[in-house]
Design a protein around this ligand. Structure first.
Ligand code: NDP
Length: 289
């Protein structure tokens, strides 16, 4: 048996077309969505992600502006820029590329972004809205994953979903979104015992760990939908997910590739959130609280 691949590039490209239409409508109404991207330091991977997000944003007809800071930047300087961007009516979305250098408190910076411009969905207000089942910006990676699973026709209601990883930006919001879709959810992490015993019970398995190829075919229930969030750079320079593609594709029913799976969808959801932020700004209202 060989799993059906869920093509993140194709789905993202369809989503980007609908964002482009929405941007054109907004422009016709006098507002061009604008995404401000903050990059601190010289991490090569961050630089690539920022470039991709900026290009993708411009491709929809939105504006994107890069705010670069050197590695040794003080937290106060960053907070000052964020305050200026919060107050700038031209700017609808603010994205702070992670990770930040050690001298800067990530939580402090993420909470400085206005919740109405928090298109990454990392602000406590938006995370709280997700917990409470209220409207708000949902983190892009898990939001994109729900779209991928739904698009593949994989049912979620009543199914057992297992999430590997409990970060605030992927694992926890992923679990909450799966719960919102009526899945029965288990969250695993580095202290979880008998991991394979749990993963083998998953109808839907989401791996967001950051360890290359750790999920093998022997850990997967036959026919399961396996979503690979991991992006790991191997010694030879190639990219690998958290899932051992070769063995898992023989067992799973659906599988996302790396690259070309979750990554493009994350970017597409960011664009959708930016257009939505601009739309809400035009309507003169914040997200319902
Ligand atoms: P974090 O490092 O913040 O979290 C990793 C999680 O994995 C932690 O909860 C950790 O547990 C858990 N973990 C570590 N080792 C194990 C193990 N052996 N068994 C079970 N769980 C384990 O990573 P992120 O959530 O930020 O990202 C995860 C991966 O997803 C990374 O590869 C990242 O590059 C990628 N990513 C991809 C995106 C995309 O668009 N495709 C977007 C964002 C991230 P504990 O909490 O106990 O430490």
């Amino acid at each position: 048996m060989s799993a059906t691949l869920i093509d993140g590039r194709a789905l993202a490209s369809a989503l980007r077309i609908s964002v482009r239409q929405k941007v054109a409508e907004l422009v016709a109404r006098g507002v061009r969505p604008c995404l401000a991207v903050i990059l601190v330091g010289n991490d090569p991977a961050s630089r690539i992600y920022v470039r991709n997000k900026s290009r993708a944003s411009e491709d929809t007809g939105a504006l994107s502006e890069l705010h670069e800071f050197p590695d040794h930047t003080a937290e106060a300087a960053l907070l000052e820029r964020i305050a200026a961007l919060n107050a700038d009516p031209r700017v609808h979305g603010i994205l702070v590329q992670l990770p930040l250098p050690a001298q800067i408190r990530t939580g402090r910076v993420l909470e400085a972004v206005s919740p109405e411009k928090d298109v990454d969905g990392f602000h406590l207000h938006n995370l709280g809205a997700l917990v409470a089942g209220r409207a708000g910006f949902v983190p892009c990676t898990p939001a994109g994953i729900i779209k991928m699973i739904t698009h593949a026709g994989v049912p979620l209601a009543g199914r057992h979903a297992v999430v590997l990883g409990r970060s605030n930006i992927v694992g926890k919001p992923m679990a909450l979104l799966l719960l919102r879709e009526d899945a029965t959810v288990t969250i695993c992490h580095s202290k979880t015992r008998d991991l394979a015993l749990i993963t083998r019970q998953a109808d839907i398995l989401v791996a967001a760990v950051g360890r290359a190829k750790m999920v093998t075919g022997a850990m997967v229930k036959p026919g399961a939908c396996v979503i690979d969030v991991g992006i790991n750079r191997l010694a030879d320079g190639s990219l690998a997910g958290d899932v051992d593609f070769a063995s898992v594709k023989e067992v799973a029913g659906h599988l996302t590739p790396v690259p070309g799976g979750v990554g493009p969808m994350t970017v597409a959801m960011l664009l959708a959130n930016t257009a939505r932020a601009a739309e809400r700004a035009l309507a003169g209202r914040a997200e319902p609280r």
